[in-house]
Design a protein around this ligand. Structure first.
Ligand code: ZN
Length: 295
């Protein structure tokens, strides 16, 4: 997904592969029982009734005899956590306390990477800010939180999907961000703010409730905002524009919360919008996503 994902050098990769023990890695997700020289458990990749998932410590390998999925520790983590190869290595490095030596990047790669990282950091800040506005300000509670509660959303679901609220004052968010040292360049770059012709910067989502859009691994790439008053002139939904980190066609709303259920059930339900995803999730149907950027 990233053009310049930082590389992990070869010796670190080998160190991680040697440290990662398949029984230990799989046990974080599957209850295993000893079976001869191997271990057995219920397959996490299909709806398994009889333990079909075999784990071999000698071969440092796992495999399901029903659906065929499995692999090395890295392969298992890629499949189970829906991670790329380098991200699966990072996951295991963290688990085993191995320091990752990233390959030296070129100046161009570093610039592009730090730009994307700055955008993710800003989105993370905005996520928390929108949540605080909704839960900790009188307007946020009266307008934003009550909107979600009226839709019947439980508090745990509101927290889980990290819903928020952007106040009405046109540039309250942009001003707070800049006061905290976030650069206008990234505010405009992520689409959180819009630069007007007179040079002033306004909030894209002012007066709206906020739906953050997560990547498969849980990073925030975009936001959707829904208007609360009936106003014929304003669009019901406003979404982040395409950016360095956000390409609409690459992202499905809800995928971060749905990935486990999609793997288990082996299918996924496409619905129309943010509210449908959240409603179904609350009803216990979790293998559900929406194409992001729709209303
Ligand atoms: Zn299986």
């Amino acid at each position: 997904m990233y053009k310049f994902a930082p590389m992990i050098d070869r010796s670190t990769t080998i160190k991680i592969q040697e440290a990662a023990q398949i029984v230990d890695v799989v046990s974080d997700f599957v209850t295993l029982k000893k079976s001869g020289a191997n271990y057995k458990g219920l397959c996490p990749f299909h709806d398994d009734r009889t333990p079909s998932f075999m784990v071999s410590p000698a071969k440092n390998y796992c495999k399901c005899f029903a659906c065929g999925k499995g692999g090395s520790p890295v392969g298992f983590i890629m499949e189970h956590e829906q991670l790329s190869y380098p991200d699966a290595l990072r996951y295991l490095a963290k688990k085993y306390g191995i320091q990752i030596e990233e390959r030296e990047l070129t100046a161009e790669e570093r610039a592009a990477q730090s730009e994307r990282e700055s955008m993710f950091i800003l989105n993370e800040w905005a996520l928390r800010w929108f949540q605080r506005q909704m839960h900790e300000t009188p307007d946020g509670r009266a307008i934003g939180l009550s909107y979600f509660r009226e839709r019947g959303f439980r508090d745990d679901i509101i927290q889980k999907f990290q819903l928020g609220f952007c106040p009405k004052g046109r540039d309250v968010m942009s001003q707070s961000a800049m006061k905290e040292g976030y650069k206008e360049q990234y505010l405009v770059g992520t689409g959180l703010s819009i630069k007007r012709e007179d040079g002033s910067v306004v909030d894209r989502f002012w007066g709206r409730v906020i739906f953050p859009v997560h990547t498969v691994s849980g990073k925030i790439v975009a936001f959707g905002g829904r208007i609360l008053q009936n106003n014929a002139k304003a669009a019901k939904y406003v979404n982040s524009p395409e950016s360095e980190i956000y390409h609409k066609s690459d992202h499905l709303y809800g995928i971060y919360f749905a990935k486990q259920a999609i793997i288990q059930k082996d299918f996924c339900i496409m619905v129309e919008g943010y509210l449908d995803v959240i409603s179904l999730h609350q009803a216990g149907i979790k293998n559900v996503v929406a194409s992001s950027g729709t209303s």
